[in-house]
Write a protein that binds this ligand. Structure first.
Ligand code: SF4
Length: 287
């Protein structure tokens, strides 16, 4: 059995940056709290907790003499304003690519009537993005939802609309939505805000899943970008999603010639290597 590991595996730039910030502070003896889980990977979150990092849900829960870390997918403008006005000691680890979307939305708020954002409306990144638009906003997860919004609010066609995407949105889905927007929303300003890591990982997921009999996708079950990789691979081949080697079944490798491994942006490379070794062991030898 051949095992192919995706070249894009390992932390993305934004996740790596936020984890480094947290580790450096902990190593220098600071007490830190993250606002929500710093990233959507339970093993990494557990490791930081073992070093002393705490998770809080509201800035006002920050204990005395502790530093607050704002996680990579950002927070809403209201919470950010509260943190700044309360003189809370904080480090902003929001990924610069997410910050860029906040900036686009903020600076185009005045000259647009509505915001249409592609993504998951419950995801913290999307909650943050929407908060920078002070008017009406809608979120769609695919072309069907976008069509529904336009059908229910036909006046949108006449309005000036600002269009952005969550950084981890599906590239294929985005293309379909943009085609529709160009046809029906003539006053739309479209900003492609899917981040480069997402584009490359989704491309590799497509290629890998076309070559393999099975793809093991590694990542947190809450992770949006991991879920997208899983969906892409599943279209082409048998696919499983695992958070650690404990989730890897032992008995599905019979008669498989090629197994692929791909990981979400918040999965450390050490875990990818561990799962590769585990697969080598249980498959009983690699060619
Ligand atoms: S997936 Fe992209 S936007 Fe999100 S943290 Fe990583 S580099 Fe930043």
């Amino acid at each position: 059995m051949k095992i192919l590991v995706a070249k894009t595996s390992g932390f993305c730039f934004g996740v790596d940056r936020s984890i480094k910030i947290a580790n450096e502070l902990l190593d220098s003896g600071e007490k830190i709290c993250t606002l929500g889980k710093i990233i959507h990977n339970p093993l990494v979150v557990k490791k930081l907790a073992e070093k002393g990092a705490k998770i809080i849900n509201y800035p006002r829960e920050l204990p005395d003499k502790s530093k607050l870390i704002i996680r990579s997918h950002g927070i809403s403008s209201e919470i950010f304003d509260f943190i700044k006005s309360s003189n809370i000691d904080y480090v902003d680890a929001t990924c610069p690519f997410v910050k860029k979307i906040h900036q686009i939305v903020k600076s185009n708020c005045e000259n647009n009537d509505i915001l249409l954002a592609a993504g998951n409306e419950k995801h913290p990144e999307m909650i943050g993005i929407r908060s920078y638009f002070k008017g009406e906003s809608y979120v769609f997860k695919d072309l069907e939802e976008l069509k529904k919004i336009v059908k229910n609010y036909p006046e949108i066609k006449e309005k000036k609309s600002l269009i952005v995407a969550q950084t981890t949105f599906s590239v294929d889905n985005w293309k379909k939505c943009v085609e529709f927007i160009k046809l029906y929303l003539h006053r739309a300003s479209i900003f492609d805000t899917i981040c480069n890591t997402t584009v490359l990982r989704q491309k590799e997921a497509e290629e890998l899943s076309q070559k393999c009999d099975l793809v093991v996708v590694i990542g947190g079950k809450e992770s949006s970008n991991t879920k997208k990789l899983y969906d892409i691979c599943k279209k082409n081949t048998k696919t499983i999603l695992v958070e650690s080697e404990n989730d890897v079944p032992e008995n599905i490798y019979k008669n498989m010639r090629c197994v692929g491994i791909i990981a979400g942006a918040s999965t450390p490379i050490s875990l990818v290597k561990k799962i590769k070794s585990y697969l080598e062991m249980i498959s009983g030898g690699i060619k």
